[in-house]
Design a protein around this ligand. Structure first.
Ligand code: ATP
Length: 364
């Protein structure tokens, strides 16, 4: 299987006065699995359609392995697309559906049959070759749509919410299948989803989009542990965001003071530069917020609610004295743990290495 790199330079799309995609630049490495993640309307499908050649940009360039394909027709780009609604031909058998792109490319019959059988093996459905799409489950149809894409060996595969129509269990299974196929084929994949968990599990890198622009691009760990904006911290996983002010910056991190508190504490940066006196948000992930009985933590609060969702227990806490939002602490459920009482006063603490400073007011 071939694999190509993709470069997008200053790509822009407007509908009348509305900017669906602000000038956007992005490099995707050969064989990379990159996910476009973002809320509804953030421009994910617009960017994908431009790359596929299904829509035309107002400005900018698209390069596949350094060749400019901005004005090439979709079928000339060596890019395959898999959609959420499968788009299989209902009147054709599964094997005819898969063979279709090869027929269009005038591949000789013996080769066509061999490659169709191989694609069915790759998606682990060799026994459904003679069936019609209506005789398959949703998950099977999605695999056939994937087989029809990989059969002609495109150098880049684009997937637009391919698992959006499947139930949770099947989605989890198909995520693993797609990862396996990616490992086996080594093809560059650009994957669209608005599901942050799906993006975190599947991607080499995530491109988080917001209002038609890239908000942050990096590994799942980068975005989760070092969000550059409140939008990123909020969008990926749960987060506690506390108002604070920077007192001093040094090579190891920042001295900060939480709003309404006298005692300074420490935080780590997120790659951005901070200035003394600057208001920030301090992000502490729920698993890093420790709830203690003794009153020696950085904050105190009252327990508002306890939720046990299988393996995780979540404690919701209203901080005392300070005008702060409700906080959430999470830890693995233990049957032996002493029960907390609603209304109980608790102390909250965290390690400074787990407190990340985020510039306030960033994001769109
Ligand atoms: P979703 O997750 O809901 O699919 P998305 O991030 O893929 O969202 P896009 O489909 O790229 O979002 O749309 C970005 C914006 O561009 C939206 O506000 C949408 O309404 C607008 N838009 C998309 N296509 C058109 C069009 N043909 N005409 C006018 N506006 C459009």
């Amino acid at each position: 299987m071939t694999s190509s790199s993709l470069r997008v330079k200053g790509l822009t799309k407007r509908y009348g006065d509305f900017v669906a995609l602000a000038p956007t630049s992005l490099d995707v490495a050969k064989g990379e699995f990159l996910t476009l993640l973002g809320p509804s309307g953030s421009g994910k499908t617009t960017l994908l359609s431009l790359i596929a050649g299904l829509a035309h940009p107002d400005e900018g360039h698209i390069l596949v392995d350094d060749a400019d394909v901005t004005h090439s027709p979709a079928y000339d780009r060596d890019i395959g697309v898999v959609f959420q609604n499968y788009a299989l031909f209902p009147h054709m058998t599964v094997e005819d559906n898969i063979a279709f792109p090869l027929k269009m490319r005038k591949v000789a019959d013996a080769d066509l049959r061999r490659r169709t059988a191989e694609a069915l093996e790759t998606v682990r459905l060799p026994h459904v070759a003679k069936r019609y799409p209506r005789e398959l489950s949703g998950g099977q149809q999605q695999r056939i749509a994937l087989a029809r894409c990989i059969v002609y060996r495109p150098a880049i595969i684009l997937m637009d919410e391919p698992l959006g129509a499947l139930d949770k269990k099947l989605r989890d299974q198909m995520q693993l299948e797609i990862k396996r196929i990616h490992r086996e084929l080594g093809t560059t994949i650009i994957y669209v989803t608005h599901d942050q968990e799906e993006a975190m599990t599947m991607s080499d890198r995530i491109c988080l989009m917001n209002a038609g622009a890239i908000e942050q691009l990096g590994t799942p760990e980068d975005l989760y542990f070092r969000p550059q904006s409140v939008f990123v911290a909020d969008f990926l996983g749960e987060s506690n965001l506390l108002s604070a002010t920077v007192r001093q910056v040094d090579a190891q991190g920042l001295d900060i003071v939480l709003a309404d508190q006298a005692a300074p504490s420490r935080a780590v940066g997120n790659g951005a530069s901070f200035a003394a006196g600057e208001p920030i948000k301090l992000m502490v992930r729920p698993q890093n917020l420790h709830v203690e009985d003794a009153a020696n933590g950085k904050l105190t609060g009252r327990l508002v609610d306890v939720m046990i969702s299988g393996s995780m227990t979540r404690l919701y806490i209203a901080p005392e004295r300070v005008d702060m939002p409700q906080l959430v602490a999470a830890y693995p459920t233990r049957s032996s743990a002493a029960p907390y009482e609603i209304g109980q006063l608790v102390s909250l603490d965290w390690n400074s290495a787990d407190a990340v400073a985020i510039r306030d007011g960033r994001g769109h």
